[in-house]
Design a protein around this ligand. Structure first.
Ligand code: AP5
Length: 182
């Protein structure tokens, strides 16, 4: 089983859900930039307050902030890792590549979880997180299409992208991911 992974997909695709299950079963470290940023927000730090404003609009937090958070974590992990929600644009992908070269841990596979927009919107509205209202979801989807989706082509050209149908029961999606990575 591959142990240096990235789960990619639009908001609500199930990246977080599948990452948690996968990391538990295979003993990987789950690195979710969304969770790490929400922790920062809960701490009430100045950085957190700045991040909250941006996240509540569905925009991307600055590359510098996200990169510093990821770098600090990644360099200390030895067991394998799963990136969830990072990288989110081409600049972050290039920075990740350099960082992984530096620590000699190349990315082994990228799982793209695909779900049609109307299902994504329904899932997120039902979840009801702070940034899960119709206006912000629409913006998150727009940002995903504009800034994150170019990574699909980038990783596809590297031959490490696997596409998964995410519009199915959670355990079915999980099995498809296991199969793709096995
Ligand atoms: P982040 O937390 O990464 O949010 P997101 O990418 O929008 O993803 P979600 O958490 O909404 O969805 P998910 O795909 O993880 O799905 P989940 O498993 O939760 O980022 C939030 C914000 O932080 C960003 O907007 C940005 O501002 C900032 N940020 C984060 N990373 C950044 C970065 N690298 N650079 C800059 N800014 C960054 O599932 C969603 C719901 O669906 C749940 O209720 C779940 O129970 C349900 N569900 C899951 N799977 C299924 C299924 N198979 N069937 C039915 N329901 C399902």
């Amino acid at each position: 089983m591959k142990k240096k992974l990235l789960f990619l997909g639009p908001p609500g695709a199930g990246k977080g859900t599948q990452s948690v299950l996968f990391c538990k079963k295979y003993g990987l470290e789950h690195l979710s930039t969304g969770d790490l940023l929400r922790n920062e927000v809960s701490s009430g730090s100045v950085l957190g307050l700045k991040a909250a404003e941006i996240m509540n609009q569905g925009e991307l937090v600055s590359d510098e902030l996200v990169l510093s958070i990821v770098e600090n974590r990644l360099i200390n992990i030895t067991q394998g890792w799963l990136l969830d929600g990072f990288p989110r644009n081409v600049n972050q992908a290039n920075s990740l590549k350099k960082l992984l070269e530096k620590i000699n841990q190349p990315l082994e596979a990228v799982i793209l979880i695909k779900v049609p927009d109307d299902y994504l919107i329904k899932r997120l509205l039902e979840r009801g997180r702070q940034d899960d209202n119709e206006e912000v979801i629409t913006n998150r989807l727009k940002i995903y299409r504009e800034k994150t989706s170019p990574l699909i082509d980038l990783y596809s050209k590297q031959g490490i992208l696997k596409e998964i149908e995410g519009n199915a029961e959670i355990d079915v999606v999980f099995s498809c991911i296991e199969k793709a990575l096995g």
